[in-house]
Design a protein around this ligand. Structure first.
Ligand code: BES
Ligand code: MN
Ligand code: ZN
Length: 499
């Protein structure tokens, strides 16, 4: 979908539908909504008086204009109580608009005002950014494999600003929203793709193509190079697969930042997780195509950072492997040695995410990072603890933890801080190796994080367990259709900008 910005009066736009808004409890709207109400001889006031529409958040009402203005339809979107309205409200109102209009076959092109930039007093550019984000995020359509592919319901959205002195700020905000949504769309596409299409080598070639387009530097290590680096823990996971493992490295270093200590983002990229020899039950196994959601978030965020020209040095690393059972596969009981010389005993080949991260996190020490943040669909246990409402956050550094929590607040992509108790290490002590890759059911989220911490050295580090966030099965998320969420991209862009 295209998003345009123009200066003018929303009531005069010639398009399929114009969008205005209403705070809860307002009987006679003012501003742009009031101007449209006047042009419609009080139709919006009468709608409110009827009791059918109160301006409750995320509700909408549709009016037909009977030739009184150029647009045949007006959609009024509720913003809820004005005291509670914030940028998250703008994002949700935009999404509610798209979700309501998607049901109308005759609506392809719409025009909207910027919610909240008037009486709610939100920063104009920030409100325009979240308006564009919410609009695009809700309008996403996954890759299609049908003979009659589904396409986006809306073709264009024009953001109309009455105050000519604010148009540049609106345009700047919209551009940022578009740049962020591009990274989220890419992340959703990577996650949505079936595992026979998107395997490590294909993932790497998509990352290369994106890097060539956006100006990122891209390096990909194959198995021979990883063997050379003695990444024996990561490579063990790949033994059962005929698909070659890939370590994808993207670098964003705008002029002047080349020598800065970088923020390093690391993503778990298991393109399909069968569990390996510790094979998973077959019900729902198909969904393990989303086990590269961490890598997708990292590569998507790198794309957004490049598109937005964020003036920070950031390196993104995606550890991409397929976890399959096979005669050559690694086994429970195997002891493997990674890049740092540290050893791990395999208790379950299904606890493979922490294994690929162990070597990826050892690898990134070479950058002398200012901080390292890994994202991984690591445990089912995090979903048991938090539900699909927040990712688990672990950190060995308070400043990094606080920066992540602030980025979560700003982006609306929630995090919840969980402990890295020393006692967790006792649970993963192995008789023969330094650590073992599973500590059993009790405290399963914490012990997985503790395992990873064992392989991090010399930098502030945080781990985000995003297993319950990457895929939405119930379709109730207004900001994403059912399926891939693209969780983490907006959070990471915010972190990189604030860090
Ligand atoms: N990829 C899974 C975690 C997962 C589970 C993600 C459900 C999304 C939904 C991970 O590799 C895994 O299998 N973890 C095991 C760890 C266990 C064997 C210690 C788990 O959570 O059961
Ligand atoms: Mn697994
Ligand atoms: Zn996994």
């Amino acid at each position: 979908m295209q998003i345009h910005v123009t200066s003018g009066n929303i009531a005069q736009q010639a398009t399929d539908c114009i969008v205005v808004n209403l705070f809860e409890g307002v009987a006679h709207p003012g501003g742009a909504t009031g101007a449209v109400d006047n042009a419609l001889s009080g139709a919006i006031s009468r709608l409110i008086a009827s009791g059918d529409f109160s301006g409750e958040a995320n509700t909408t009402a549709l009016l037909y204009t009977d030739g009184k203005i150029a647009a045949p339809r007006v959609l009024v979107v509720g913003l809820g109580q004005s005291e509670k309205f914030d940028l998250h409200g703008v994002r949700k109102a935009a999404a509610a608009t798209v979700n309501a209009l998607a049901k109308l076959k005759g609506v392809k092109n719409v025009a909207t005002i910027v919610h909240g930039a008037g009486i709610a007093g939100l920063d104009t550019a920030a409100a325009a950014q979240t308006l564009a984000e919410g609009t695009l995020l809700a309008a996403y359509v996954s890759p299609q494999y049908k003979r009659e592919p589904q396409s986006a319901a809306l073709a264009s959205c024009t953001v109309v600003e009455f105050d000519a002195t604010k148009v540049d700020a609106v345009q700047a905000g919209v551009d940022r929203g578009v740049g962020i949504a591009a990274g989220v769309y890419s992340a959703r596409n990577y996650v949505s793709e079936p595992p026979n299409v998107l395997y490590p080598v294909e993932f790497a070639s998509r990352a290369r193509a994106m890097a060539a387009e956006t100006g990122l530097a891209c390096t990909v290590l194959g198995e021979a190079e990883m063997r050379e680096l003695k990444m024996g823990i990561l490579l063990a996971v790949s033994l059962g697969s005929v698909r070659e493992a890939q370590l994808i490295i993207l670098e964003h270093a705008p002029a002047g930042t080349e020598n800065d200590a970088p923020l390093v983002l690391v993503g778990k990229g298991i393109t399909f997780d069968t569990g390996g020899i510790s094979i998973k039950p077959s019900a729902n196994m198909w969904l393990m195509k989303d086990d590269m959601g961490g890598a997708a978030a990292v590569i998507g965020a790198m794309e957004s950072l490049a598109r937005l020209g964020v003036p920070k040095r950031v390196i993104g690393v995606a550890a991409c492997v397929e976890n399959m059972p096979d005669g050559g596969a690694f086994r429970p009981g195997d002891i493997v040695t990674g890049m740092t010389g540290k050893t791990a005993e395999i208790i379950s080949t299904d606890a493979e995410g922490r294994l690929v991260l162990a070597d990826a996190l050892a690898y990134v020490a070479r950058y002398n990072p200012a901080a390292v943040v890994d994202l991984a669909t690591l445990t089912g246990a995090v979903g048991v603890a938090l539900g699909p409402h927040a990712a688990g956050l672990f950190a060995n550094d308070d400043a990094l933890k606080d920066a992540l929590l602030a980025a979560a607040d700003q982006s609306g992509e929630r995090l919840w801080h969980l402990p890295l108790y020393d006692e967790y290490l006792d649970t993963i002590k192995s008789d023969m190796a330094e650590v073992q890759n599973s500590g059993g059911r009790m405290g399963g989220v914490g012990t997985s994080a503790k395992f990873i911490e064992h392989f991090t050295e010399g930098y502030p580090w945080a781990h985000l367990d995003i297993a319950s966030m990457v895929w939405d099965s119930n379709g109730k998320n207004p900001l994403a259709p059912k399926g891939a969420v693209g969780y983490g991209v907006r959070l990471l862009v915010e972190l990189a900008e604030q860090w």
